[in-house]
Design a protein around this ligand. Sequence first.
Ligand SMILES: [Zn+2]
Length: 173
Amino acid sequence: MSIFGNNILGNNSIFGNKAADPAPEAPEAEPSVHKSDAEWRQELTPEEYHVLRQSGTERPYTGEYWDTHTAGVYQCRACGAELFTSNEKFDSHCGWPSFFAPLADGTVRYIHDRTLGMERVEVRCATCDSHLGHVFDGEGYGTPTDQRYCINSVSLKLVPREDPQVSAPETEA
Ligand SMILES: [Zn+2]
């Protein structure tokens, strides 16, 4: 278990420039999956639609993955893009799946969120622009990044990692 082995470099920049430009839509980072509202409504369950497409929040401790320790990759429930892995998941006991970093730079995008009277950074899937959750900084969880990506279970789909001793690793990636 190399929890700290990878994916922790290069994530320090996301909070560095937030003061300069709170642009809600970065034009250079256009999501590559575009669907109409009607299409999303058809493809997603009502709960998935509410969270992913209307920036809703599932109730804490009710989601599928808040206490999951299964090794694997967490995909976007809406488009299947790989967003997080179990290597960066940690027990925050906040009631939602928590990660200290995304799978890689560019898999998620960040938007300033000032709703509910709070100053927060929303996390969205960079591929389809669906809402995932929020990221919090400097809470003292003792993770390598001191960040908590607080993500709705309903925004994610866990693909368990196959045991490499049983199956050939050639289909990885
Ligand atoms: Zn997506």
